[in-house]
Each structure stands twice: as C-alpha cells, then as structure tokens.
Write a protein that binds this ligand. Sequence first.
Ligand SMILES: CC(C)(COP(=O)(O)OP(=O)(O)OC[C@H]1O[C@@H](n2cnc3c(N)ncnc32)[C@H](O)[C@@H]1OP(=O)(O)O)[C@@H](O)C(=O)NCCC(=O)NCCS
Length: 168
Amino acid sequence: MSEPYDTIISPQNIEIKVFLLEEEHIDRVYAMEVESYPDAWSKELFLPEINNRAGKFFVFFIDNSLIGYAGYWLGGEEAHITKFTVAPTYRRKGLGTLFMNYIFKQVKKEDVKKIILEVRERNYPARCLYEKMGFQTIGTRIGYYSRTRENAVVMVLILDDFTDYDTD
Ligand SMILES: CC(C)(COP(=O)(O)OP(=O)(O)OC[C@H]1O[C@@H](n2cnc3c(N)ncnc32)[C@H](O)[C@@H]1OP(=O)(O)O)[C@@H](O)C(=O)NCCC(=O)NCCS
C-alpha cells in the first residue's frame, strides 16, 4: 500500500491510517458499501473519486483492515458529503464521530463554511450522529433514493457556528 495521507488515533487509542482512495481499495470499499446501504453505489461510481480535484475521498485502516470511508465534494465555500461509512463491526465505538471531526478539520483547510449532506429518512443511527455533531435539518427530498424511493433528509452544518472539534 502507498504512504498514508495521515494518521489519527481512535477513542480506544488505536492508530488509524488515513489514505486517499486508490484503485486497490475499491473492492473492499465496494464490499462494505453493499453491506451498508440499500442503494449502494456501483464500483464504477467510486472510480472518479480517485484523484478527484473537486473533493476528497478518505479510506480508514487499522493495520490491513478497512474500517470505514468518507468522501466529500467541494463547491465554493460548501462541502457536500457523498459517503460516510463505518465498518459494521466497528460501529458504536466513536469512530463515526472521529471521522466526522476529521472531515471538519480537512474542509476547514479548504475554506469551507458550510457542510451539506443527505441521509435516508429512516436512517436513525446516522441522523442521530449528525444531529449530535451540530447538523440541522433544512428539508426533505421526496423519493430521493431511486431504488428504494425513500425520502432524503437534507442536513446542514455551518462551520463558523461550530465549537472547535480537534482530532489531534
Ligand atoms: C452512521 C454511522 C456512520 C455511525 O457510525 P458510528 O461509528 O457507529 O458512530 P459513533 O459510534 O461515533 O456514534 C455517535 C453517536 O451517533 C448515534 N448513533 C450511532 N449509531 C446509532 C444507533 N445504531 N442507534 C442510535 N444512535 C446511534 C449515537 O448518538 C452515538 O452516540 P452514543 O454512542 O454516545 O450514543 C454507522 O452506523 C454507519 O456506517 N452506518 C451505515 C452507513 C450509513 O448509513 N452512513 C450514513 C450515510 S448518510
């Protein structure tokens, strides 16, 4: 594997290596994607996230195990979170919170003022996490997810109003 982009420490004090998405990660990311979403992205949808100049896509590893991934697109002072996933066996251990804090830190470096995301209306774990981290619901997109026809809740966080979350 190539050199990590960064290293962060889990709440359990375990070292997590952060990489930017590369082709060699795609099979593992896709396997977790299918496990995690009723409307999973196809493998092909991940490919443009490699070397995407208009955003970043991080994959998180403990040793050789993929434990999650998260991506965003940039547009002006706004970041749009495209993916946010923790591996099933690693959930409820504070990693979602850690990864979101990591995204906050990264987008602040890119002068982002506002983060936006969509989440399935019935995805209570994710909605709870986002609310806990300061996101506010600004609307609903009816039937947004084409496969399931489920509604999306649109959530926004204004970074200026936000307490400093530091992952160092
Ligand atoms: C949503 C997700 C990223 C949360 O990751 P996580 O590592 O479990 O999150 P954390 O451990 O940091 O949890 C933080 C808070 O989120 C909320 N939360 C997380 N999972 C929850 C669950 N199953 N039920 C209720 N609340 C939950 C809680 O408020 C939790 O705080 P607490 O543990 O102190 O009660 C993870 O469940 C996931 O990957 N789900 C599948 C993919 C997905 O739906 N992603 C969101 C796409 S929009």
